[in-house]
Design a protein around this ligand. Structure first.
Ligand SMILES: Nc1ncnc2c1ncn2[C@@H]1O[C@H](COP(=O)(O)OP(=O)(O)O)[C@@H](O)[C@H]1O
Ligand SMILES: [Mg+2]
Length: 311
């Protein structure tokens, strides 16, 4: 407690005290439990002043409150740091869970839709094939036929597929049926076109519909109302190449590399998705032994394509 700093042999020469114009000074040390003094709580007056017992009492009380606050914040930071560590430790588990959750949202509806479509158009040979495939699946969940590695089952990035030969027209028709309502809601025209006489492809029906869904949802999302999204299929060597083309906002060249990474989004604040759609699509196409890629011109649109093996 210093009643007059100018009269004090030490405080007289402390530049910070004098530059503040502090004539009277009272300081209460802030001491942590471990005995560390972390600073002091001080009060100043611009005129000389005798510090009363009450002043000291009030200051001591305030200093104690400040110390509690400091400890509390320290504990909070500590807790946050721990949460962060825990978060990182479970991150890979979270990723898997996120993918599974994303994956669980719809596939059963796809099957129903595919089967319904057949009921309505019983003569469409290609669709009948889809129905048979779905029927097989629902009954036994056992892989039929050949598949990549000759087994009908393949794994890639944790994605397990059961490939069966499916007609491209049926696949596109089902994709259209599934995605048309969404496109319409956003005033987007969805056009579907296939080259004539395409061979059947060897695919996991639900998984491939998931890929169409992820790509078309993006194409719609990054387009403006009134635009068109085109889905097409064409022969490409020993594969059939499918494309989803939009005339939306496009993607920066420097982003094209990361675009298939999990959780990656050009706009990190984009809460419409989690940045998983393309990573899932890539894992599924990879499991089919196919490739997936993108070309895009910023401001003009994007083309996402993937190639699937011929049956
Ligand atoms: N058709 C597209 N046009 C423009 N950007 C796209 C398109 N498709 C994907 N992207 C970009 O790639 C990111 C990742 O896509 P995706 O993995 O589907 O995650 P999400 O849709 O949840 O954001 C998107 O956030 C967007 O930045
Ligand atoms: Mg998406």
């Amino acid at each position: 407690m210093i009643p007059d700093t100018l009269a004090d042999p030490i405080f007289r020469d402390v530049p910070t005290v004098q530059s503040l114009g502090a004539r009277a000074y009272a300081g209460i040390p802030l001491i942590m439990e471990n005995g560390h003094a972390i600073g002091s709580f001080c009060a100043i007056d611009f005129a000389p002043r005798e510090w009363s017992a009450l002043d000291v009492e009030v200051l001591t009380e305030l200093a104690a409150a400040a110390l509690r606050e400091i400890k509390l914040r320290g504990a909070l930071t500590e807790a946050e740091a721990q949460t962060q560590v825990a978060r990182e430790a479970t991150r890979s588990r979270e990723e898997v869970r996120a993918i599974v959750a994303h994956d669980l949202r719809t596939p059963l509806n796809f099957i129903k839709m595919g089967t319904q479509l057949v009921a309505e158009v019983p003569t469409a040979r290609e669709n009948k094939r889809t129905a048979q495939a779905n029927g097989n699946r629902s009954r036994s969940d056992v892989a039929t036929d050949r598949g990549p590695a000759g087994s009908g089952e393949a794994r890639s990035g944790g994605v397990k597929i059961q490939a069966i030969p499916l007609g491209v027209m049926a696949l596109l028709a089902d994709a259209r049926a599934m995605l048309q309502p969404l496109a319409a809601r956003h005033s987007i025209r969805l056009s579907v076109k296939a080259e004539a006489a395409l061979p059947a492809v060897l695919v996991d029906y639900e998984r491939i519909l998931r890929v169409f869904s992820n790509l078309v949802v993006n194409a719609v999302k990054f387009s403006v109302a009134g635009a068109e999204v085109r889905v097409s299929a064409a022969r490409h060597g020993e594969t059939v190449r499918f494309s989803v083309i939009d005339i939306g906002e496009g993607i920066r060249t420097e982003h094209l590399e990361q675009i298939f990474d999990r959780f990656w989004q050009a706009d990190a604040k984009d809460r419409r998705g989690a940045g998983l759609g393309l990573a899932i699509a890539k894992a599924i196409i990879g499991a089919h032994g196919g490739i997936i890629g993108v070309t895009s011109v910023l401001g003009q649109g994007s083309e996402f394509y993937f190639e699937l093996p011929i049956a």
